[in-house]
Design a protein around this ligand. Structure first.
Ligand code: SAM
Length: 328
């Protein structure tokens, strides 16, 4: 029987759930969480695995096949491998993926792959250990070992996500491109988004990716390309190679018209748009003991409130929550 799709008021089909399993992170990327940040949610308020499973199954009942584990740093959530295997087993979920900073991948990549995670995005903002430490507070070598472990575990494709801040790490783009080309990885460059004070400061200091793109266009012949996955990146292939580079440019070229996703926070708030503070309290609602039928009604109601687009350009101060609190 054909499943009823989730269609928002602007005719967009919602087919992708980003699932934040914690807002905590073992790194402090300068554009994401402030140093010394103490405002995390309490783990006792987080959705437990049964609650997450139930919500994901309800989405799957509407034909949502793709789920991405994210955070905060999802691999710091205790029992993450068990959660992955429970989600991968939900009928209809065919694409379980992960966004990670890579610090725990060396230890967990094999088990995650066995649990049913198919592919990973790893955040990596620099290949220079000093710049990496300044930007994230972490140890570069550990992340690089994590990426190797993910490749050895057969996770495929692996995409490297780099938030590019002009004047801080934009000179890292070419070394990162060489690194990815040598390993068959895809590099994606992300514009800083004005999420919370950290993101707003990063955007003010850096600006958009337009200049970086023009620089790359002068050096490489970039041929527009498509990659499966339905994400927001615009991809190019470097002529005469199999190397691909993606640009995620919510400010200079926004992609709201094709937005196909919603985000569930660790506490069970469903964010319909990264660029709006509005959220739907799904976690609270399921804790009132509602039936599966009612849960489906609530999902429909939530999707009916999805905004048309973000206002990052016109109202960059609007979003007070940091990216880690939503599940970027
Ligand atoms: N910890 C995981 C990771 O590092 O990928 C998942 C969560 S992290 C919040 C998801 C992505 O959001 C990372 O690639 C991170 O660099 C990006 N991010 C965080 N704050 C951002 C901001 N203000 N603008 C753009 N990207 C941001």
């Amino acid at each position: 029987m054909a499943l009823t799709p989730l269609i928002d008021p602007f005719g967009r089909r919602i087919e992708y759930l980003r699932l934040s399993v914690t807002d905590r992170c073992d790194l402090r990327c300068s554009y994401c969480l402030p140093k010394g940040f103490k405002g995390f949610t309490e783990p006792k308020h987080w959705l437990n695995f049964a609650e997450i499973e139930r919500i994901v199954a309800a989405f799957a009942g509407f034909g949502v096949q793709r789920v991405r584990l994210t955070g905060g740093e999802p691999l710091t959530r205790r029992g993450i491998v068990e959660l992955a295997s429970r989600l991968a087993a939900i009928p209809g979920i065919s694409d379980l993926s992960l966004s990670t900073n890579g610090t725990q991948l060396e230890a967990l990549a094999q088990s995650l792959a066995r649990a049913g995670v198919r592919r990973v995005n790893v955040s990596l903002d620099s290949l220079d250990p000093m710049i990496f430490r300044q930007l994230t507070g972490g140890e570069l070598e550990r992340v690089l070992r994590g990426i190797e472990a993910a490749q050895a575990a057969g996770l495929e494709p692996i995409r490297i996500n780099t938030v590019v801040m002009v004047g801080i790490n934009d000179t890292e783009v070419e070394p990162l491109l060489d690194y990815c080309a040598a390993r068959g990885l895809t590099l994606r460059l992300i514009e800083p988004m004005p999420m919370g004070q950290t993101g707003q400061a990063a955007l003010r200091a850096s600006g958009t990716l337009e200049g970086v793109r023009r620089r790359l266009e002068q050096r490489f012949n970039l041929i527009p390309d498509l990659l499966p996955g339905g994400g927001p990146a615009r991809y190019y292939r470097l002529a005469s190679t199999q190397t691909r580079i993606g640009f995620i440019t919510p400010l200079s070229q926004h992609f709201c018209a094709t937005c196909n996703r919603v985000r569930l926070s660790a506490e069970g708030r469903l964010y319909l748009c990264l660029g709006h503070e509005h959220s739907y309290p799904l976690g609270e609602i399921i804790r009132t003991g509602i039936s599966d039928e009612m849960l489906k009604e609530h999902l429909l109601q939530a999707i009916a409130s999805k905004p048309e687009r973000h206002q990052f350009n016109t109202q960059p101060q609007q979003i007070v929550r940091f990216m880690a609190l939503t599940g970027g």
